[in-house]
Design a binder for this molecule. Structure first.
Ligand code: XMP
Length: 323
């Protein structure tokens, strides 16, 4: 019968058999799937696994530390962190078009990841033969069920995979749905902040700044986003909402009156939605007092923001993200 304990035991045995005395690489995105897949493979083969985390500088406040510290502490995994913030910001300079941003972020991600792979192979030798993927059952169905070394859907969460993939894949979550993955992660001892994490796009805050992306804007958005998340958590609303993008309208300026005078700043958009699968969504009817608290704190605590607006559009017609 189905228990998380049985799933883990079975996968650990399968992975050990598949890998033997060779080695594997796993990319961590900060999301649930890659974290649970990595934790499972780590349980099976220990230091024969090396995880790679590409820090593109587009993560939310505290998320990189969550991977670097909490995930490593919980699993004992061997982790290679690549600090690529400057590279990504340079590549994104002057770019406002959302699809262009996605392309650039995806492309840079592949390049950085490939370079990290090459370094690991240089260090550890040709026995590095496996790549771990956090593919779930719905992904398998969507992509026609193929597996092996090629013919896999380049999943946008991982930012796309190299064309000339020579690794064999390990996909320990192929038979699981999201809620089951969370249960397995919990059983493996991963912290709640990772296991219960809401969906977050691969391109990160890069597609939550309407306009050009730069460090100042990212820092500002990180602060506003952290406040919104803190208050939603404090109000016990995390399980009620699917996700809540916080968006900086960097190319829009709004007039405000703050302190001694008028300011000319930027609006922040709150986009809380409820959804089953992100294909359709409705705007969440959050309690007014929670919205008020978030608004007051953001305008008080985040310099250059003088207005907070609520997005009350369902999907369709509006997408969940603004870009
Ligand atoms: P939309 O905005 O299309 O979003 O309604 C649906 C879901 O997908 C996420 N999303 C992305 N995830 N790369 C990702 O990995 C992307 O480029 C991307 N764009 C949107 C979004 O957060 C929501 O959960």
């Amino acid at each position: 019968d189905w228990t998380t304990g049985n799933v883990i035991e079975e996968q650990v045995a399968l992975i050990r058999e598949q890998v033997g005395d060779r080695r594997a690489i796993c990319g961590l995105s900060g999301g649930v799937d890659s974290a649970v897949a990595a934790a499972l493979v780590q349980k099976a083969i220990g230091t024969q696994l090396t995880c790679v985390y590409v820090d593109h500088g587009l993560m939310r406040k505290g998320e990189t530390e969550q991977v670097e510290k909490d995930f490593v502490a919980a699993t004992g995994v061997q982790l290679k962190v690549v600090d690529a913030e400057e590279r990504f910001l340079t590549a994104l300079k002057g770019v406002s078009d959302p699809e262009e941003k996605r392309k650039i972020i995806g492309r840079e991600f592949i390049r950085v990841f490939e370079q990290a792979q090459a370094e690991i192979i240089a260090d550890e030798g040709p026995e590095v033969a496996f790549l771990v993927q956090g593919t779930l059952y719905p992904d398998v169905v969507e992509s026609g069920g193929g597996t092996g070394t090629a013919n896999i859907k380049s999943h946008h969460n991982v930012g796309g995979l190299p064309e000339d993939l020579e690794f064999q894949l390990i996909e320990p979550l192929r038979q699981l749905f999201k809620d089951e993955v969370r249960m397995v992660g919990q059983e493996l001892g991963l912290p709640d902040e990772i296991v219960q994490r809401q969906p977050f796009p691969g391109p990160g805050l890069g597609i939550r700044i309407v306009g050009e992306v730069n460090k100042e804007r990212l820092d500002l958005l990180r602060e506003a986003d952290a406040i919104a998340r803190e208050e939603l958590t404090a109000a016990g609303l995390d399980r009620d909402i699917w996700q809540c993008p916080v968006v900086l309208l960097a190319d829009v300026r709004s007039v405000g009156v703050q302190g001694d005078g008028r300011t000319y700043g930027h609006p922040i958009v709150l986009r809380p939605v409820s959804s089953e699968d992100a294909m359709t969504a409705d705007w969440s009817r959050l309690p007014y007092d929670v919205l008020a608290k978030i608004s007051t704190r953001i305008t008080n605590e985040v310099a250059d923001v003088n207005r907070v607006v609520l997005d009350v559009t369902s999907k369709p017609p509006g997408t969940i993200e603004w870009e």
